[in-house]
Design a protein around this ligand. Structure first.
Ligand code: NAI
Ligand code: MG
Length: 351
């Protein structure tokens, strides 16, 4: 089989982690008789500063031809974050109907959690975050700018179809895992959107009678991600709540440098996009020390998505083995001193 993968290295450490990991993906794919062709798009903040747009007008048409997309990160100290987000990431997620954002949080063997008493293997859950609507909908406005009565309105949008799509993806994942689903809500305060969410959970669960459902308010969940992360299996949340909770998930399992994610188009009509959870990390850009593992695991999710389970499993396995091996190089975010290239070399050797 042969696949065309679009890569958008983006800003900051994005190009560092994407460029370092592509040879590893090629190597693993080749060992399974799988051919990959990468097409790189140099879109991002530098393009915005030069030409006034993060990506060209025909960007989505060009990406649409690919089998999947690998993104590094976007975000630049001289460009407002809402410009980078609305100029690249959000249009791709929305226009390619990537309604499901899947973010695993795993405390790997050999990785230290900032939580006392936790060891590798203790934490292993996945958050399903709604990805194209909710609190990140582009609905609202500003009025009376500059006057005392200036006003800003930002409206959340929850559709039956979109909410059901994320719930069903999460229920299906729970069936394949431990059979436990935690639904994140805030229906005590948000009596329209979150009550609607809760009602749909009750409706959809009828189709998955073997899944046990727990409902948690988002503030309580934030506490419990730290107090009892070992008890979660599959977590389903709205766009904003999922965004926040997955940063907690990433840090309690060791580092932002380990957390992968997928933005999945469920129907297969459009390509899905895979990216590390972390941003462009301007504080370490150019130092060659960014941990590439979040990108490697995002690649593992990408290969699973296109149907290459074997390639995916090998990538997960080399990461597990290198992290568990005391004598293998360790990156700075995990307490060692190995740079990006050295980490990729260690993974490659393990193959
Ligand atoms: P960030 O994730 O870039 O960095 C947070 C902290 O984690 C920093 O101390 C950074 O050095 C560290 N870190 C992140 N990735 C790492 C890696 N691979 N290896 C080692 N350490 C790593 O988040 P921050 O600082 O809030 O945002 C920086 C920029 O990135 C902003 O412009 C923000 O808007 C953007 N951003 C973009 C995202 C995306 O492209 N999906 C997601 C999150 C933020
Ligand atoms: Mg985030």
């Amino acid at each position: 089989m042969s696949y065309e993968i679009a890569t958008i290295p983006g800003d900051g450490i994005g190009p560092e982690v994407v460029e370092a990991t592509l040879p590893l993906f090629e190597e693993v794919a080749e060992s399974h008789g799988v051919e990959v062709e990468f097409t790189e798009y140099d879109w991002g903040s530098d393009r915005y500063l030069d030409e006034g747009a993060m990506m060209p007008d025909d960007a989505l048409d060009r990406l649409e031809k690919s089998d999947a997309i690998l993104l590094g990160a976007v975000g630049h100290p001289e460009v407002p974050d809402h410009v980078t987000l609305h100029g690249l990431l959000l249009p791709i997620r929305k226009e390619f109907n990537q309604q499901v954002c899947e973010r695993p949080s795993i405390l790997f063997e050999g990785v230290e959690s900032p939580l006392a008493g936790y060891e590798g293997g203790d934490v292993d859950f996945v958050v399903f975050r709604e990805n194209t609507e909710g609190e990140y909908s582009d609905v609202g406005g500003r009025e009376h700018v500059g006057f005392d009565h200036e006003i800003a309105i930002q409206t959340s949008v929850f559709t039956r179809q979109g909410t059901e799509a994320i719930l069903r993806a999460a229920f299906e994942a729970a069936q394949e895992r431990e059979g436990h689903l935690t639904s994140i809500t805030k229906s005590n305060a948000q009596a329209y959107s979150m009550v609607f969410w809760d009602e749909l959970v009750e409706e959809v669960r009828e189709d998955y009678p073997d899944v046990e459902v727990e409902s948690l308010l988002v503030d309580a969940a934030s506490m419990d991600f730290i107090r009892r992360p070992e008890e979660f299996d599959v977590v389903v949340a709205s766009n904003l709540f999922g965004d926040i909770l997955t940063d907690i998930g990433a840090i309690v399992t060791g580092s932002m440098g380990l957390a992968p994610s997928g933005n999945v188009n469920r129907s297969g009509e459009y390509p899905s996009m895979f990216e590390p959870v972390h941003g462009s990390a301007p504080d370490i850009t150019g130092e060659g020390v960014a941990n590439p593992i979040a990108t490697v695991l995002s690649g593992a999710m990408l290969f699973e998505n296109v149907g290459e389970e074997g390639v995916s499993e090998d990538l997960w396995e080399v990461v597990r083995e290198v992290l568990a091996d005391d004598s293998a190089p360790t990156p700075p975010d995990l307490g060692g001193s190995a740079g990006t290239e050295e980490m990729v070399d260690a993974l490659s050797e393990r193959l």
